[in-house]
Design a binder for this molecule. Sequence first.
Ligand SMILES: [Zn+2]
Length: 246
Amino acid sequence: MKINVIIRFYEELNDYLKPGGQKQDIYIDIEKGICVGNLIESLGPPCSSVDLVLVNGQPVDFDSLLQNNDRVSVYPVFEMFDIKSVSILENSPLRQLKFICDDHLGRLAKYLRIFGFDTLYENDYDDNIMIQFSNTHNRILLTRDKKLLLDKKITRRYLVKQTDPVQQVREVLEFFDLKNYIMPMSRCLKCNGLVHPVLKETVKHRVDNNIFQISNAFSECTGCGKLYWKGSHYDSMMKWIQEMMD
Ligand SMILES: [Zn+2]
């Protein structure tokens, strides 16, 4: 016996759907006795990417059986909203946003570090390493590789649409609603380590004497020891950061 249901996918779950079903109600006939999880995966999105399913406005789990005329709303693993109170599924929303960029997004990784976001990147990461880092450390995998995006082993990922790195960082800041969490110059651009202030006297023999004379504020990376100071590029970089925050 067939029943009719209406299903709609939200946000990046649409990336899994065939053209024509994206960002709209999908009317579908299914056999009676099909559960929510089976219906979702039959249309493309893996359940591991789903955080919340509402049927007729009520949260349900993946084993819930569908009834005639049910309206199903499917939401992704949320990185930007706290829906813990309403979700009853297993994947808990992320509390802390951390990223890993694929091997084509090196400049995006550097820009995210400039804004203070914890972002792993090495140009020799292979797909398996990126998936492992993403899953083990709850890092959102940022990629432009649709094949990687569709790998069902990944639970936290985002398809970067823009091709220009400056536009990419703007896209990521806006999508994940990060503008209130920007901490400029708090991370090392080279290794992603945290940067903290150090006394000027302690770096006297580690920098060029000219730099030592004209600079008063120095910081050091806790990861690789790289020193930072407010050089000529500092003001222009802060101006750019301010523009992105507005
Ligand atoms: Zn470093």
